[in-house]
Design a protein around this ligand. Structure first.
Ligand SMILES: [Zn+2]
Length: 131
């Protein structure tokens, strides 16, 4: 099979996995009081995957950076959560969604034993699964 076809297939698979992942990430963000809410993942004319997002209580939508195609749902959840967390920082919530008690840094999205989780960047303690 030519390389171009392989790439197309990977991008289309990526779209499917990200569309599933976005629902989980949206649930997680809503439950933890985020302002930023992911709305969907789209494929543009140049074969790039973009995530659409909104802000709670506001009508305007925006588009966030490009996602790397993946065929792993948990990996897709980590990628999305990471990108959207940056946007939440931009909104002024620089420690969202909150790390361990007494920690002033935000947790990071990470794969822990193959599951997408929020993790303390210092102790590497797992806080909770994402979504
Ligand atoms: Zn921490």
């Amino acid at each position: 099979m030519p390389d171009a076809d392989d790439h197309d297939e990977l991008v289309l698979d990526g779209l499917e996995f990200y569309q599933r992942a976005v629902r989980r990430v949206a649930q997680d963000f809503a439950r933890r009081g985020a302002v930023v809410q992911p709305l969907g993942v789209d494929l543009d004319a140049l074969d790039a995957l973009h995530v659409r997002f909104g802000r709670r209580g506001r009508a305007r939508e925006g588009i966030l950076g490009t996602l790397r195609p993946t065929r792993d749902l948990e990996h897709a959840v980590v990628e999305l959560a990471d990108l959207l967390q940056e946007k939440e920082f931009d909104e002024g919530n620089t420690t969202w969604p909150g790390c361990l008690s007494g920690h002033t840094h935000p947790p990071t999205a990470a794969l822990v034993d193959g599951v997408a989780c929020w993790q303390c960047p210092r102790s590497h303690e797992t806080l909770c699964p994402i979504g």
